[in-house]
Design a protein around this ligand. Structure first.
Ligand code: PMP
Length: 440
């Protein structure tokens, strides 16, 4: 047993938290089950850094799981939030803040003709699925193995994120009838997709896909996979729901839809859209969105939806993105990371690399047995990923770097990360690889 003086404040708080909350946390991956050890209790943050209750500072590459594209406590966003807060923080009535954010989005993203704000990505997906069922009169949804769409009951099959490290790929508590409404198809497998759509086409309300699957590592799809899914869905009259909760406003302002030219019927947003406050949104074609209450028969509501403080953070974030367009710079930075990490792996003779897209990156640790060396589906993730990532994660944590606390989660850059932050990351990874703790 540790003596009292060596028990950290984080350990102490975690013991207390486990007594009052499941696993001591309010979202599973925060508990460090995927990497072992005690989660650090974070008490404050600024720019690219945050500090735990024991006074340790870390360069944060998790960035609240993606929302903080301008880093922690960005001064412009902070000012907008404080201004809104001083006027009041919840009205439960029509207000101009959500109007401004809705106009900002609909005027810059043509396939989002109307938008509805909710409080999380999960809620956005839940509502989009309901609209799809309401519009088509069909019940089944096709999703992809390893894509995460929040904790919606029907999306709990083979979903990734926190489930990627659990023994069962689905969740207890989801009824068979609900699970039976979802057809799960592997990523990177056009023939399986064709077969499933041929078989279930007439019953399919929608095909939902993460615009870039980023909840089971970063599973980069071949460029023709997403267009194929869209084409096949359209042939059978199913809607396309593009889940851009991670990618929306992060990989480009209009997300993957903008980059690829794909026009989804419905799109879901979260994370960056709220600048770090609890916001989600779903939007799309006018005739679909007009099915939502009170215009139409698809019911969806929320006591705290379009909270004015959260809306103000979203407005400030999106306006800053439009003004500063950080996307090309992110692309350069993660290309540099990928290159450096690749060089360190080659030099040390370990099988490791980084997969990346824009400001999103993922460390792949172990031998990849695919033809082009890219991991594109869950089953292609090396079996060593979990254990080796845990070792890398803790070595990095010891040197003041906080990555996503699971080998199946991606890490994020913000504009607050400096070149020195990136060099510290690659230097630390270089040192870890050079110890050759991993077998080839
Ligand atoms: N969809 C995707 C693609 C996500 O990555 C997430 C969350 N990581 C969600 C939906 C759910 O969002 P939230 O956690 O805000 O409910």
């Amino acid at each position: 047993m540790k003596s009292l003086s060596t028990i950290t404040e984080s350990e102490h708080l975690f013991e207390r938290a486990k007594r009052v909350s499941p696993g001591g946390v309010h979202s599973p991956v925060r508990a460090f089950r995927g990497v072992g050890g005690v989660p650090r209790f974070i008490i404050s943050a600024d720019g690219s850094n945050f500090t735990d209750v024991d006074g340790n500072a870390y360069i944060d590459f998790c960035m609240s799981w993606g929302p903080l594209i301008f880093g922690h406590k960005n001064p412009e966003i902070r000012e907008a939030v404080i201004k809104a807060l001083e006027r009041g923080w919840s009205y439960g009535a029509a207000e101009p803040y959500s109007l401004e954010l809705a106009e900002l989005i609909t005027s810059s993203i043509p396939w989002v003709e109307k938008i509805r704000f909710v409080n999380s990505g999960t809620e956005a997906v839940m509502a989009a699925l309901r609209v799809a069922r309401g519009a088509t009169g069909r019940s089944k949804i096709l999703k992809f193995d390893g894509c995460y769409h929040g904790h919606v009951d029907s999306m709990r099959g083979r979903a990734g994120s926190g489930l990627a490290e659990m023994s069962s790929p689905a969740s207890a508590g989801v009824s068979k009838s609900v699970a039976g409404e979802t057809i799960v198809v592997p990523l990177d497998d056009p023939s399986a997709l064709k077969l499933a759509i041929e078989k279930h086409g007439k019953e399919l309300a929608a095909v939902i896909i993460e615009a870039i699957p980023a909840n089971n590592g970063l599973l980069l799809q071949k460029p023709d996979f997403l267009p194929l899914a869209v084409e096949l869905a359209r042939k059978v009259g199913a809607l396309i729901i593009l889940d851009e909760v991670i990618t929306g406003f992060r990989v480009s302002f209009g997300g993957v839809a903008e980059i690829t030219g794909i026009k989804p019927d419905l799109v879901t947003y979260g994370k960056v859209i709220g600048g770090g406050f609890p916001v989600g949104a779903y939007g799309g074609k006018k005739e679909l969105m007009d099915l939502v209450a009170p215009s139409g028969p698809v019911y969806q509501a929320g006591t705290l939806s379009a909270n004015p403080v959260a809306m103000s953070a979203g407005i400030a974030t999106l306006k800053k993105l439009i003004k500063e367009k950080p996307y090309a710079s992110f692309e350069k930075k993660t290309a540099w990371l990928e290159n450096k990490i690749g060089q360190s792996a080659t030099k040390a003779g370990v099988s490791a690399m980084a997969q990346r897209f824009g400001s999103i990156f993922w460390l792949v640790l172990g031998k990849v047995n695919t033809a082009d060396g890219t991991v594109r589906s869950q089953i292609q993730i090396p079996s060593s990923q979990k254990d080796q990532y845990a070792q890398v994660f803790h070595s990095l944590l010891d040197s003041g770097i906080y990555m996503a606390p699971s080998g199946f989660e991606v890490s994020f850059l913000s504009t607050a990360h400096t070149d020195t932050d990136l060099e510290k990351l690659t230097d630390s990874i270089d040192k870890i690889f050079s110890k050759r703790i991993f077998s080839k």
